[in-house]
Write a protein that binds this ligand. Structure first.
Ligand SMILES: C[C@H](O)[C@H](O)[C@H]1CNC2=NC(N)=NC(=O)C2=N1
Length: 102
C-alpha cells in the first residue's frame, strides 16, 4: 500500500483534525457540510470540488440538499482514513475560502 493511502490510526486522525476545524469524523469518514446561498451556487461549488477531486484522483461522496453540500471522504482500499483524505479535505477547505458566499 502506498504511504499516502495507508490507513491512519485514531490518534493520527485526531491530530490532523485539529488543523481543519470545518471537518469532523463521522462514521469512520471525514465529513463536512457547506452552506451556500442558492441551489445553483451549491452546484457550482460541487463542480469546483469535482475538479479538485480529479486532480487529486481522490473523490468525495457528495450529497446536495437544496443549498447545502455534504462531503464525505474515506479511502476504500485502506478501510479507513488516509493522508489522501486529509489532502483532499484541506484543498476543499481552501476552495471554500474562495467560493463561500459573503
Ligand atoms: C485507483 C484510484 O486511485 C482509486 O480507485 C481511488 C479513486 N478515488 C477514491 N476516492 C476515495 N474517496 N476513496 C478511494 O479509495 C478512492 N480510490
Amino acid at each position: 500500500m502506498q504511504t499516502q493511502s495507508a490507513r491512519l490510526s485514531d490518534e493520527e486522525i485526531q491530530v490532523r483534525l485539529l488543523a481543519i476545524s470545518d471537518w469532523q469524523l463521522e462514521r469512520g469518514e471525514l465529513q463536512s457540510t457547506f452552506s451556500l446561498a442558492t441551489f445553483p451556487q451549491a452546484i457550482f461549488f460541487v463542480d469546483a470540488v469535482a475538479h479538485v477531486a480529479e486532480t487529486e484522483q481522490h473523490h468525495p461522496d457528495i450529497s446536495i440538499s437544496y443549498d447545502k453540500v455534504t462531503l464525505r471522504v474515506a479511502t476504500h482500499a485502506a478501510g479507513g482514513i488516509s493522508e489522501k483524505d486529509f489532502t483532499l479535505a484541506r484543498r476543499i477547505s481552501q476552495l471554500w475560502q474562495v467560493l463561500r458566499p459573503l
